[in-house]
Each structure stands twice: as structure tokens, then as C-alpha cells.
Design a protein around this ligand. Structure first.
Ligand code: HEM
Length: 508
């Protein structure tokens, strides 16, 4: 009894102290806009233009904290803080926000881009990094070279550009992953299957899409009473079958002794080393596929828009191509080391308008303090990529313009410009989660830019009026396209088309 009398006030005191400390911590959250009761800053968080405005850094500084339905979101407005948190403290900032409907039902956590920071993620990440490393990606050059030529030919034949960019980007990534022949159109059933899968995933992670995210007990509702659960489980089986069938073809080829370079083949041949089940392998290749298709196509759109707004950039690139490649054959990967302006253009394209303006969200897996501010466990962390990529102290006062030459030194050679970042921007993300496809993406864009500018001149169609809109972002899930615009591709010289066709024959 006496124990109880002493213990009760003690327990009370401890609880009171914990509550006070927690309250104090939450009073020290980073600054941010005032929100509405319960819903918090939902309108602000949904408005990417508001979030990305340089005014936000002036208003709140390098860290801005918002709350949406109780979910903390930290927007990081400077490279210094992004590196401090996402790289130097990557042990606690490498998780992803966990969506119950996505991770437990629709993908069973196998869609590696959204897999939580866990042993499963580590097992999936290692083969992805090794299979797309700087030294391996040269195996894919013939695929990328062939596709760049095909893209140039299709742009000569017919606008609009969008469908060609999409066919091209998916076709490359399908060939790299499964060594498939080029797909004929963006309506190919394989592409449609993957695009539908990506759309389902993006729908699932939209804030407010599923009540279960706010009332987690709903995950236990019996299937027959929860259509969303039945649907998600149905699509998990369908998508698993789709990815297993695609990888199965590679396995069949290997069994017949046909061993062509592809990420799928690397995985199958190293099954013991990577300790992945067949289903995990299939989803890993599927993850590389779904992450790599749309992003490349988005970057091509921004590049084309930049060329229309800055015709002087086309002129300078063509001068470099004329000198190094000449008019007798289209460029190949062997030319790229001698084309610094083209390589600088890859960096500038990804810097000038990143395909994923707030990266793929990270999440913190432990409470943390930074500069006297409290960052609670489970906070969603968004690096403000647009803002960081346009920091005038790094990129100069003309950082809003598209100017590849900013990446050239006085000898005309490429320089990274940004400390600790060989790619020269932060559009591939941060730390342990940094994009594993970045070398392949740079290769695709490099050979595409060289081939397209060698063969074609890009201009606005006659009669096109008004200024081109370079700042409005048309959001598609986590990515962002420019506002649609018209463009005409005109062959630069009479033999361009014939030479492209002859070069394509070499890849048949
Ligand atoms: C222009 C092209 C691309 C851009 C701008 C881009 C950008 C990004 C970004 C911002 C992230 C998130 C990084 C982070 O969380 O900090 C990411 C992750 C990822 N990217 Fe890319 N990417 C591109 C192309 C590709 C390609 C071609 C592939 C596949 C071959 C790919 C595969 C992935 C995967 C699997 C992840 C998830 C990594 C993880 O969560 O551990 N990406 N990418």
C-alpha cells in the first residue's frame, strides 16, 4: 500500500515532466505558416508554386514546417541544411512516408522507390546501384544510341513531340531492363500496363486518397467490407504477374544460352549474391522501369522548351557538333567526351527545371534537433529542389536563365559548379536514396541532345504567338512538365534523314 502511495505521485510527476518536455519540443518546431484547425496547412502544402517561391526562404528561412491533418512536413530551402539532414544524418532521414494502402496492399512494399528504410530496401537498393553503376552503364550505349536516332527520325516525320518522347523514354528503359526490341508506339500494351500501374501508385499516395492513412485501424476491416483493400490486393497480383512475365522472358533466354546485357539478366545471374526471391527480383526491375520512364521524358520536354526560349543555345551546340562530328554521320557515345557544351547542357537542363521539383519525399525515423529546432520522428522531408538549384550564390545572378555555358571553365571543359556534386545540381536527390538511375539518365539525355541537335533545328511553328511559359509547372504526381507548347523540328541539311537511317541499320 505504502509503495502505491509513493509510486502514484512519482508516476504522475514523470508523466507530467514528459508531457512538458514534449510540449516544449513542439513549441520549437521550425517556423512555418499558420494553419487552420485540424486540417493545418493543407492548401499551402498542395500549392507547389507557393512552396517553391524564393519568398518562402525570405519568410521562414532554410527550414519551413507545415502540418497537414497532423502530418508534419519539413520543406528544406537550402543546400546546407539539405546536406546536413539528408546526407550527414542519413541514418535517420532515409525513410519514405509510409502509405498503408500503397505499401501494405498495392505493392507489399516491393516498389523500391517507396519501400521504407529497412532490410528489404537495402537488399533491393544494392543490385540497383551496382546494376546501373558508372562502369556498367556503357553496356547500354548501343540501346541509347539506337533510340536517339529513332527519336530524331520520328520527330522529322510528325509532331507532336510528346508521344515521341514518351515512346522513346519507355522504349529505352524496357530495352535496358529486359533487352526487349524497341517498342513501336506509346500505345504498346507493355507501356500501357506500366503507365497504368504508375497511375495507380500515384493515386494511392495523393493526400486524402484513402481514409486508412488517417484511421490506421481501417487496415483490419474485413476484405468483403473494404473495396479499396480488395482492389489493391487484386492489382498487386496483376502487377506482380506483369513484372514476373517480363522478367520470365529474360530467364527463358538465359536458359537457351542467349545472354544479352540487361539489368534483368544481371539480377537473374546473381540471384545467390543478392538474396532476392523471384517476386522481389521482378518488382525490382519493375521499379527501375517505372522510375525511369516518365522522368526522362519530362527532362526532354523542359530541354525543348529551353531551346525555343534560347535559340542562341542551339546555335552554339550546333557549332560544337559541326566541329567535332561533322556532316557525314550522326554522333555516337564516343563523341561525347569531345562535346563539353552538350554535356554541360545535360546538367543545365536538369538544373534549370528539375523533373521532380521536391524530389521523392524522405521521412525521418527518429526525433531530431537541428539549430535549436525540433524535428519530430515521422516528419516528411522535402528538399526544395527548384530553389536550391537556382541559388544565385552558386549559379550566378542569371540562374533563372538556361545557360549551359555556366558549367564550362575557362578552358571550355565541364566543371561541376556545385561543391560535392559531380552532376552540378540536386535534381537526383540526396544521400542514401539518391537516384540510382542517374548515370543512365545522363547518358540518354547526352546522346539524345547530340543526335537531335546534329540532325534538327527546333523552332516555334509559324503563327505561334505569345511568350512561352517557362515557370508554370504542370504536376503529374511527384513530377512536373511544362505547360504544353508547339514546336517544329526541321532537318538541318538535306542528307540528315538518309544518314540517320543508314546509322540505324547498323543497330538492326
Ligand atoms: C531525368 C531523369 C531522372 C531524374 C531527374 C530522377 C530523379 C530522381 C529523384 C529526385 C529521386 C529521389 C531521390 C531521393 O529520394 O533523394 C530518384 C529516385 C529513384 N530513381 Fe531516379 N531520376 C531519373 C531517372 C531515373 C532512371 C532512368 C531510373 C532507372 C533506371 C531511376 C530510378 C530511380 C529509383 C529506383 C529511385 C528510388 C531510389 C530509392 O528510393 O532508394 N531514375 N530519382
Amino acid at each position: 500500500m505504502i509503495h502505491l502511495l509513493v509510486a502514484t505521485p512519482l508516476v504522475g510527476l514523470v508523466l507530467w515532466l514528459i508531457a512538458r518536455l514534449a510540449q516544449r519540443a513542439f513549441r520549437n518546431l521550425p517556423p512555418g505558416p499558420k494553419g487552420l484547425p485540424l486540417v493545418g496547412n493543407i492548401l499551402r502544402a498542395a500549392d507547389n508554386d507557393w512552396l517553391a517561391s524564393p519568398q518562402r526562404r525570405d519568410d521562414y528561412g532554410d527550414l519551413m514546417y507545415l502540418s497537414v491533418f497532423g502530418q508534419g512536413i519539413l520543406v528544406v530551402n537550402s543546400q546546407r541544411v539539405a546536406v546536413d539532414l539528408l546526407e550527414k544524418r542519413s541514418n535517420i532521414y532515409s525513410d519514405r512516408p509510409q502509405s498503408i494502402s500503397l505499401n501494405e496492399f498495392l505493392t507489399e512494399s516491393l516498389l523500391f522507390v517507396f519501400t521504407g528504410y529497412s532490410d528489404l530496401w537495402r537488399r533491393l537498393r544494392r543490385p540497383a546501384v551496382e546494376g546501373f553503376s558508372k562502369s556498367i552503364v556503357s553496356d547500354f550505349y548501343p540501346i541509347q544510341n539506337r533510340e536517339a536516332i529513332m527519336l530524331a527520325l520520328s520527330l522529322i516525320k510528325s509532331p507532336p513531340m510528346k508521344k515521341h518522347f514518351q515512346r522513346h523514354s519507355w522504349s529505352i528503359i524496357l530495352s535496358i531492363n529486359y533487352h526487349l526490341p524497341p517498342v513501336e508506339s506509346e500505345d504498346d500494351p507493355v507501356i500501357v500496363g506500366i503507365v497504368n500501374h504508375v497511375e495507380r501508385v500515384l493515386h494511392e499516395i495523393e493526400p486524402g486518397a484513402r481514409l486508412v492513412e488517417y484511421f490506421p485501424w481501417m487496415r483490419y476491416i474485413p476484405n468483403k467490407l473494404a473495396k479499396w483493400k480488395r482492389d489493391a490486393q487484386y492489382w498487386f497480383i496483376q502487377d506482380s504477374l506483369m513484372y514476373e512475365r517480363l522478367l520470365g522472358k529474360v530467364a527463358d533466354d538465359l536458359a537457351k544460352g542467349i545472354d544479352q546485357p540487361s539489368f534483368g539478366a544481371t539480377l537473374i545471374k546473381n540471384r545467390e549474391k543478392y538474396r532476392l526471391s523471384e517476386r522481389e527480383q521482378a518488382w525490382l526491375v519493375g521499379s527501375m522501369l517505372s522510375a525511369g520512364g516518365e522522368t526522362t521524358s519530362t527532362a526532354l520536354h523542359w530541354w525543348l522548351l529551353a531551346l525555343l526560349v534560347h535559340p542562341e543555345v542551339q546555335v552554339r551546340a550546333r557549332a560544337e557538333l559541326d566541329e567535332v562530328v561533322g556532316y557525314a554521320r550522326p554522333p555516337t557515345f564516343a563523341d561525347l567526351p569531345s562535346l563539353p557544351y552538350i554535356r554541360a547542357m545535360v546538367k543545365e537542363t536538369l538544373r534549370w527545371s528539375p523533373a521532380i521539383p521536391f524530389s521523392v519525399p524522405h521521412a525521418s525515423s527518429a526525433d531530431d534537433w537541428y539549430d535549436g529546432m525540433f524535428i519530430p520522428k515521422g516528419t516528411v522531408v522535402l528538399p526544395n529542389v527548384n530553389l536550391i538549384n537556382s541559388d544565385s550564390t552558386v549559379f550566378g545572378s542569371d540562374s533563372a536563365s538556361f545557360n549551359p555555358a555556366r558549367y564550362l571553365d575557362e578552358k571550355g571543359q565541364v566543371k561541376p559548379l556545385m561543391e560535392g556534386r559531380e552532376e552540378g545540381h540536386v535534381s537526383f536527390g540526396y544521400g542514401r536514396r539518391v537516384c540510382p538511375g542517374k548515370y543512365v539518365a545522363e547518358g540518354t539525355l547526352g546522346i539524345d541532345f547530340a543526335t537531335l541537335l546534329w540532325a534538327l533545328r527546333f523552332e516555334r511553328p509559324e503563327g505561334a504567338e505569345g511568350e512561352l511559359d517557362v515557370r508554370t509547372l504542370v504536376h503529374t504526381g511527384i513530377g512536373a512538365y511544362p505547360v504544353p507548347f508547339e514546336c517544329r523540328a526541321v532537318p538541318r541539311f538535306a542528307e540528315a534523314e538518309t544518314l540517320l537511317k543508314e546509322a540505324l541499320d547498323l543497330y538492326e
